[in-house]
Write a protein that binds this ligand. Structure first.
Ligand SMILES: [Zn+2]
Length: 352
């Protein structure tokens, strides 16, 4: 997100790196492996208002990351192999899994050639409504509404509000405010309702983003045919599961597997919780995922993997390759586990 927070995070990463603290901490916090989260991989765009830029890295950066991982002697492994090592306690070598959320077309277009060339396995977590062309990439609709207007009106908590968003700074601030206000609404239905209404009023076609940015079923089949690729579930409608009734949350997870199995002839054994933060996935979801037979499920809670995670294979942390921090030294610090250990207060397992 734009604003103050990235500066603080960046400052923290820089100081960890330059003080050498991550090298000192490494034996204690480095864990046995890590799962990296990526979204878009595509060439940089010139727009100054890109509030979702944290969700993308450049092909060049991905290439450098893969080379650096290989050079540092880490094994790049599939989710099945990660599961085997975790459950069998095979920790003789540190490992990294590469995972891509949402099934964007640029995974096929930009990331795949790089990873194929490197012989690196990776996973793609697909919300089935995206290839079904019914998905709502509401965060992009919100971005488009703010990008294309100088002033927008919105009813917030029953009050008519008007927001100026003429300058880039105003647009960034407004996006930040509305994004977190929406995410904090008690139900996903309310949140989607507000964005749908905004999009319709300001002539933004909310469903068009799917067609434009997400892989179709034939494109997913092309990826799925490669043994390097694992297709994972990411629910049907990309909803914050923890805000749903239990039965709905369960069917979001289960149905998505059935749809992927019908389309690609493989039933996913791995799951990624939409948004994946504490407000979107908690112990109830971790239990359901295990009951449904998923071998692993990943959150976006930051952290590296420790042997203790074998008892929490449906509540795994990940490390995000964030587009705002495309410097190799940040990646080295994150993989050392010292940054996430500090965020987690040096608590290793966080599966509640
Ligand atoms: Zn997602």
């Amino acid at each position: 997100m734009a604003g103050l927070k990235p500066t603080i995070i960046r400052g923290g990463l820089e100081s960890l790196y330059f003080t050498g603290a991550h090298l000192v901490l490494r034996p204690f916090v480095g864990g046995v492996g890590a799962i990296l989260t990526l979204h878009h991989v595509r060439p940089p765009r010139p727009d100054r208002f890109q509030p979702n830029r944290l969700l993308e890295v450049t092909p060049r950066f991905l290439t450098r990351v893969v080379k650096a991982l290989r050079r540092s002697g880490l094994d790049l492994v599939s989710l099945d192999e990660m599961h085997r090592r975790m459950t069998e306690g095979d920790f003789s070598r540190r490992f990294v899994c590469l995972t891509f959320d949402d099934g964007y077309r640029d995974t096929l277009q930009w990331a795949y050639p790089i990873l194929k060339e490197a012989g690196a396995p990776f996973a793609v977590y697909v919300p089935t409504s995206f290839p079904d062309r019914l998905g709502e990439l509401w965060w992009l609709a919100l971005e488009a509404v703010i990008a294309r207007n100088d002033r927008i009106g919105l009813v917030i908590d029953g009050r008519d509000r008007k927001f100026d968003c003429h300058t880039v700074a105003e647009k960034r601030a407004l996006y930040e405010e509305l994004y977190w206000w929406l995410r904090a609404l008690p139900t996903e239905a309310e949140m989607r309702g507000v964005v749908r209404h905004l999009a319709a009023y300001y002539h933004v076609d909310i469903v068009a983003f799917c067609e434009e940015l997400c892989m179709s079923w034939p494109e997913l089949a092309e990826l799925a045919a490669d043994p390097l690729v694992t297709i994972g579930a990411h629910t049907v409608n990309h909803l914050a599961l923890a805000k749903l009734a239990k039965d709905t949350a369960r069917s979001e997870m289960d149905l998505s597997s059935s749809v992927i199995e019908a389309a690609l002839s493989v039933r996913p054994r791995h799951l990624s919780y939409p948004y994946g933060d504490r407000t979107s996935a908690g112990s109830r979801e971790f239990e359901i995922a295990a009951e449904l037979g998923f071998k692993t499920a990943v959150t976006t809670r930051p952290g590296v993997l420790f042997p203790a995670h074998r008892r929490a294979m449906t509540a795994l942390p990940r490390i995000s390759l964030n587009g705002d921090y495309q410097r190799m030294r940040y990646v080295r610090v994150l993989l050392s586990g010292s940054a996430t250990a500090m965020w987690n207060g040096f608590r290793r397992l966080d599966a509640a």
